[in-house]
Design a protein around this ligand. Structure first.
Ligand SMILES: *[C@@H]1O[C@H](CO)[C@@H](O)[C@H](O)[C@H]1NC(C)=O
Length: 979
């Protein structure tokens, strides 16, 4: 809030006729409505008094809550006058009395509070001789809420001089009393400026009042303020000026009419500020050309236009620039200054530049030449006064490209790659020629950087004359001139000679026009090559023995090979690579065929053919020696030179590898397992049957014996018969005795026998054969494949007898430290004339089998493993029972056990005992269990049946349960429980 002292000036407030006589105290007429928080004043005046001119005043209040009780506020004379609730505000001058005159004061309340509402009394203590008149007066003050608001979106505006700008201010109030509003705009030059300049105000009486510096623009209608709608006030600046730069804000005031009929602003609100930047009027430069495409001799006109507001009152200097270099300038007075190098042409009238108006400047070039090509710009500088050296601002136009085409332009040649012997076509294209031209063709060979060699000249009348080197038509043919269109002159050299004809070719065109000659040249590079390429292919990379294969050497050249003498050579490198190729054969242009000495066999089986540009080498009846890599080599001679000298070009193809493969073996050998029983001393045979093979195959057969029943036992080679039936015995069978007992025999085309004569139990074991399929192919024997037969078990049986093997404990488990008895029983009748022997073996299937104990036929006992002897005990309760007790079982005793019983017979008294028969028991596994407390763990136990392979949630639970069981089992080793 604020207050205006003028509003409370009391000179006019005195009621008339009260100046003399009795004493009268008057206060400002109430009721007054004032806004909470504002600074208010109440005036009080005394008149008709006697005594001193300076009167004293005392202010009190009667609050609405206790209208009868006086609460003293402030006194001009008595510091102890204020009641306690006012002492603080009075002491801090929140409430004070201002003396306006000796007999008039103003009560100030700087920040009006709600509790300040009430009936105010102004009292003047008596200074009169007699008590007469009034000594106090009262009035009512109401405190109301401040409801005024004013807002404007804070913004930053940038405008150019002359732009229209509009600002809107939202103002509202909701005071119950009748009030009026005033709205005004204020301008601050700078942000820190404290003195705001009034722009335009709409008063509480709806009167527009411009600020002093805006009167002119207000009267011109450029500054306007309109109320738009209930609460919106809009300031419009028709053409913003540089002086408008700064900040603008809106201020609203709420006015109330007091009972004394004066208007009082009870509230004022300012909005946020809007920043306004005003740019000075723009300056621009434009350049245009009258003609977009030009030829030599044409006229070029460039127009430069200055874009500026109020241009007539401004001063410009204009420059023309070519590629950034000044050509000419027109100064602000309109004086033209040429750059030195243009002065001569300007004097001759070939150049002209002038100022058409203050904004249009023209540069004209008559008979434009190639030297005038480039990028043109105009530049404008504004100066304050015509004589000013310093420009206010400078602007450069965009660039305009002037590309004046030569009058006659030549473009050369459209066939830069030429193969020797082919025609070279030199095209000279002339553009823009308006009068007859002469054309001269020249050649600059690459190897001899010397003067250009004249090829031919076409005069203006069309006659052709040839250069010295081109006159003999026998060398390059007869040169001829072809005119395709008015501007296209083609010189044809029918027959290029060789690489020497490569290099640069050019044509020089001369046109006579306007009494002068214009010459233009164009050139091109030409390569004359003997383009030659050979590609070798084969339809197949792998060839079967005895088959044929064909290699194709495809020769490509950029000219027709048929007319060119060519020779083709075929090269070969055997496999594995030796590092160099042998020439197999060469065919000369005459048709002569020369066979190479290195691989003479090819001569009989290779065939050479030629079709168009492909040369073929066919090789029949392929053999191993033909495996390797092949290449072809092509040489060509120049077409028109005879007799043949050195080849003009040679090329070698890619390498093609040929691999020889054997025919696929279809051999199948019977793989059925079988067994043969025999008795000691009898002859027997093992069969090997070929199920299928090539018709003309030969077979090599090798017989093997597996003496041990165990899977991985090493087979012994008995004998091998190769494809021509040559025999070869294995190391264990090479003694004469063995050789005479083991024979290989082919009993039919597909059945082989191993004959064993006078078999003995030592021959017991598994027999099988391996058959190899061999074939004679072209130059030798080749093994196509092999196959192994199924095995045949050769057994010597004790007729009517069998060995039964058993041991204590069905699960084969023995706790360590305890003993176990393994039973070996021979069932069946026993001849009194024979003796039995028995051997116990232990061995894992995958390891070596070793004998533990042997009971010989004479009753002797042998312990091959000395360390075990102490713990082994053989009992023989009956003749056929060879039970073995193993004491103090150790962990290492675990394994597979079997026994073997042999029957011996003495041929006659005093003679040696001979082995008659042999029988082997089945196998059993002994598992050892560590000693331990098995309490509480009784039951059947088969831990290997854990369903650990189960998957999924159920499987995991199962596995977990079984893991628990496994742990229990670990604790209860030896216990019998089912998991
Ligand atoms: C002030 O207001 C009260 C309550 O309305 C009234 O009784 C009293 O007469 C008023 N005083 C003056 C001086 O008008």
């Amino acid at each position: 809030g604020s207050y205006t002292p003028a509003n409370t000036a009391c000179a006019d407030c005195l009621p008339a006729g009260l100046s003399t006589g009795q004493r009268v105290v008057t206060v400002q007429k109430g009721p007054l409505y004032r806004v909470r928080g504002s600074h208010i004043t109440l005036w009080c005046k005394v008149s008709g008094y006697q005594g001193p001119a300076e009167q004293n005043f005392q202010w009190s209040i009667y609050l609405p809550s206790a209208p009868e009780r006086e609460v003293q506020i402030v006194s001009t004379v008595d510091p102890s006058f204020p009641y306690a609730i006012y002492t603080q505000r009075v002491r801090s001058r929140g409430i004070y009395v201002e003396r306006v005159q000796g007999d008039a004061v103003l009560l100030h309340i700087t920040e009006l509070q709600d509790r300040d509402a009430g009936e105010y009394e102004c009292h003047t203590p008596n200074t009169d001789e007699r008590y007469f008149g009034s000594y106090s007066a009262k009035m009512n003050l109401s405190v109301i809420a401040d409801t005024l608001s004013a807002s404007m979106a804070p913004q930053v505006l940038t405008h150019t001089e002359g732009d229209a700008v509009e600002l809107t201010c939202e103002v509202s109030k909701s005071t119950a009393q009748h009030t009026h509003l005033s709205v005004g705009w204020y301008h601050l030059q700078e942000a820190g400026d404290r003195r705001a300049e009034e722009v335009l105000t709409l008063s509480k009486d709806f009167v527009l009042r411009p600020g002093p510096s805006y009167v002119q623009r207000f009267l011109a209608g450029d500054v306007r303020l309109n109320k738009v709608g209930n609460t919106t006030y809009k300031l419009s600046l028709g053409g913003v000026e540089l002086s408008d730069r700064g900040q603008l804000y809106c201020e609203a005031a709420e006015w109330i009419e007091d009972p004394d009929e004066t208007w009082k602003d009870i509230s004022r609100k300012q909005t946020a500020r809007t920043s306004l930047a005003v740019m000075s009027r723009d300056l621009s430069m434009d350049i245009t050309a009258a003609e977009s495409s030009l030829s030599e001799g044409d006229t070029l006109q460039l127009n430069c236009t200055v874009g500026a507001q109020k241009s007539s009152s401004r001063h410009f200097q204009v420059l023309w620039l070519l590629n950034g270099m000044e050509v000419a300038r027109v100064d602000p007075h309109g004086i033209l200054i040429w750059e030195e190098e243009y002065e001569e042409r300007a004097k001759l009238g070939h150049l002209r530049a002038f100022k058409q108006s203050n904004t249009v400047y023209v540069l004209t070039i008559y008979e434009v030449g190639l030297k005038d090509n480039g990028t043109y710009h105009c530049s404008v500088s504004e100066v304050n006064t015509p004589g000013d050296f310093h420009s206010i601002q400078t602007k450069l136009s965009s660039g305009i490209q002037v590309n004046c085409k030569p009058l006659a332009q030549s473009l050369c040649n459209n066939t830069p790659q030429v193969t020797a012997g082919d025609a070279l076509v030199l095209l000279c294209e002339v553009q823009g020629a308006t009068s007859p031209v002469s054309v001269q063709w020249w050649h600059l060979p690459p190897q001899h950087p010397g003067p250009r060699v004249l090829v031919a000249t076409m005069e203006r009348d069309g006659t052709l004359s040839l250069g010295d080197a081109y006159r003999d038509s026998g060398t390059r043919g007869s040169l001829r001139l072809e005119k395709a269109s008015s501007g296209a002159f083609t010189l044809v050299i029918p027959n290029t000679l060789d690489e020497g004809d490569s290099g640069r070719y050019g044509c020089k065109v001369t046109e006579w026009s306007r009494g002068r000659s214009w010459t233009e040249e164009g050139e091109t590079a030409v390569t004359v090559s003997l383009g030659l390429h050979a590609t070798l292919t084969s339809r197949i990379a792998t060839v079967k023995y005895g088959q044929s294969f064909e290699l194709v050497c495809q020769v490509s050249a950029s000219y027709t090979l048929e007319e060119v003498p060519a020779s083709v050579g075929w090269l070969f490198q055997p496999s594995p690579p030796t590092g160099h190729y042998h020439e197999l054969v060469r065919v000369f242009p005459s048709g002569t065929v020369a066979w190479g000495a290195a691989q003479p066999r090819f001569q009989g089986k290779a065939q050479l053919t030629k079709a168009a540009t492909s040369f073929r080498l066919s090789i029949h009846n392929a053999a191993a020696a033909d495996e390797g890599t092949y290449q072809c080599e092509v040489e060509v001679w120049r077409k028109n030179t005879r007799p043949l000298g050195q080849p003009a070009a040679t090329t070698r193809s890619n390498a093609v590898g040929i691999k020889l493969v054997l025919p696929e073996s279809k051999l199948r050998v019977a793989t059925k397992e079988s067994s043969v029983e025999t008795v000691s001393g009898a002859d027997t045979a093992i069969e090997c049957r070929i199920m299928f093979a090539q018709n003309n195959s030969q077979f090599a057969i090798t017989w093997y014996l597996l003496p041990s029943p165990l899977a991985d036992a090493t087979p012994l080679q008995i004998l091998r018969a190769n494809y021509s039936s040559i025999l070869e015995y294995g190391a264990e069978f090479s003694s004469p005795a063995q050789k005479s007992r083991f024979l290989s025999q082919r009993v039919s085309s597909n059945v082989f026998w191993l004959r064993i004569l006078s078999a003995n139990p030592g021959d017991q074991g598994r027999y099988y054969c391996v058959v190899e399929e061999w074939l004679w192919l072209v130059d030798g024997w080749y093994k196509l494949g092999e196959g192994a037969s199924g095995s045949t078990m050769l057994e010597f049986k004790l007729p009517g007898k069998q060995v039964v093997f058993s041991h204590i404990g069905a699960a084969g488990e023995v706790r360590e430290g305890e003993e176990v008895t393994l039973h070996c029983l021979l069932r069946g009748a026993h001849l009194p004339a024979t003796h039995l022997s028995a051997t116990w073996f232990r061995g894992e299937e995958s390891r070596r089998v070793r004998p533990l104990l042997t009971l010989h036929h004479d009753g002797a006992i042998e312990y091959p493993v000395e360390s075990l002897a102490r713990r082994l005990h053989l009992r023989r309760p009956t003749t056929g029972d060879f039970s073995l007790t193993l004491r103090s079982v150790e962990e290492g005793d675990a394994g597979v056990y079997h026994c073997q019983v042999q029957e011996w017979q003495q041929q006659s008294k005093g003679k040696d005992w001979a082995l008659q028969a042999l029988a082997r028991s089945g196998y059993t596994r002994l598992t050892t269990i560590p000693p331990g407390n098995a309490a509480g763990c009784e039951g059947q136990l088969t831990p290997h049946r854990f369903p650990l392979s189960h998957t999924g949630m159920g499987g995991r639970i199962m596995a977990a349960l079984c893991w628990q069981c496994w742990l229990q089992w670990q604790d209860c080793r030896g216990a019998r429980r089912t998991c």
